[in-house]
Write a new protein. Structure first.
Lengths: 119, 285
């Protein structure tokens, strides 16, 4: 099983980037061996429009089961839902904290976006 | 001739200038309110609306049975209207700018078709000085340029067309000012007025359109705007004082030229000066 976490840096000790669509990096963590794959999201940071949709499609392509982030907008949420990715909002601390919380079953998944578009 | 009335900052008096100039000219005028997000020129010229039509813009609809998820449409769209999420394809039609790129690159016959997204209403009628056209954007619609373009399709170049433009300096106002013969900028002598005027002037310069200034509420604020006009070589074509009588007429939906007929001649003179500058510009090029 793989999970995605939005991150301000490339390492697992980096802080979580609270924004989803325009996060600096998205880390894909394979929960079986905690191997980290880094997705550079620079292209979306400066996207004209629809950064959330684009980032969501990318995360969907990675075959992850869940996304852990701070704030996820409605269009991104819809795209992630279509790709079968569960979303947990309001996750903070470091990426490692999020991974640990996920392992311990402490992550609560959302039923809806937690911010409006263009947040 | 097409004159657009713009400002940068909102609330400086674009509609006041556009409507009063239109009515002062008496006849043969086409007044087009392109501030489709909040049209208000009709409140002052009370047109009789004769035609009303709902206008649409083209957005893609995908036939999921014919789509092979090849991603060509999703890759070409710079507004991310089409997303491939796992084994599904999703569209966000409210983001679409109707470029048609997705349909052009789609290799599957009939997988993407154009459907309409309602933009709002286009209304046309008559008022004292001629024809009146405006757009009323659908509540919830975020994009005004497509509807502004529809309003502009009603321009008749052989007549005097006066466009009341939306405020700002982004796509809506550019759509309203582009390819007009003259941009009349209405400003006020306040720091906000001047700040946004500068942005608007920069935009008009890029578009290469002759332009001039009306200073509204000219006896308030400071004289920075006159200094700016001097350095930029911007002709000041009219000044309107901060007068309670003007504000009262406005608040009742009345035109200045109705309440204070002495202004009629001044607005006619304003038009003559615009005509002159526009001709001089044509000859210069």
């Amino acid at each position: 099983m793989k999970i995605a976490v939005t991150s301000q840096g490339t390492g697992i000790d980096s802080k979580i980037d609270p924004r989803f669509g325009r996060a600096a990096y998205i880390l894909i963590i394979d929960m079986s061996d905690e191997k980290v794959e880094v997705i550079d999201n620079a292209e979306n940071v400066n996207a004209f429009k629809g950064a959330g949709i684009q980032a969501a499609a990318k995360v969907g392509d990675c075959g992850v089961d869940a996304l852990l982030t701070g704030f996820c907008g409605p269009n991104a949420f819809k795209t992630l839902a279509a790709a079968g990715v569960k979303v947990a909002n309001d996750v903070s601390g470091t990426v490692q904290d999020a991974v640990d919380a996920f392992k311990n079953g402490k992550i609560v998944f959302s039923d809806d976006a937690n911010v409006d578009g263009h947040w | 001739m097409i004159i657009s009335v713009a400002s940068g900052k909102g609330g400086t008096g674009k509609t006041t200038v556009a409507t009063n100039m239109a009515v002062s000219l008496g006849a043969g005028v086409r007044l087009l309110d392109c501030d489709v997000e909040e049209p208000n020129a009709h409140l002052f010229v009370s047109p009789v609306i004769e035609q009303s039509e709902t206008v649409f813009t083209a957005v893609p609809e995908i036939d999921k049975d014919k789509c092979t998820l090849c991603r060509k449409c999703s890759d070409i769209c710079r507004f991310n209207v089409i997303a491939i999420a796992g084994k599904t394809i999703l569209t966000f039609p409210e983001l679409c700018h109707s470029c048609g790129g997705c349909i052009a690159v789609c290799p599957e016959e009939g997988a993407i078709t154009e459907v309409g997204r309602e933009l709002g209403l286009l209304e046309q009628g008559v008022f004292d000085a001629g024809d009146f056209v405006h757009g009323r954007m659908r509540i919830g619609e975020a994009m005004s340029p497509p509807l502004i373009k529809k309003v502009r399709e009603r321009i008749k170049p052989d007549q005097i067309n006066i466009i009341d433009a939306p405020p700002g300096t982004s796509c809506p106002v550019i759509t309203a000012m582009k390819d007009t013969d003259f941009v009349l900028m209405v400003t006020e002598p306040t720091p906000f007025g001047l700040h946004d005027l500068k942005l608007a002037v920069e935009a008009v310069k890029l578009l290469g359109i002759p332009h001039g200034l009306v200073i509204n509420r000219s006896d308030m604020g400071n004289d920075d705007v006159w200094q700016y006009a001097r350095t930029e070589n911007l002709p000041i074509l009219m000044e309107i004082p901060f007068d309670r009588a003007i504000a009262e007429a406005y608040s009742r939906g009345r035109l200045m030229v109705e309440s204070m007929p002495e202004w009629k001649g001044k607005f006619q003179e304003l038009f003559r000066r615009i005509e002159k500058l526009s001709k001089a510009w044509e000859n210069r090029n």
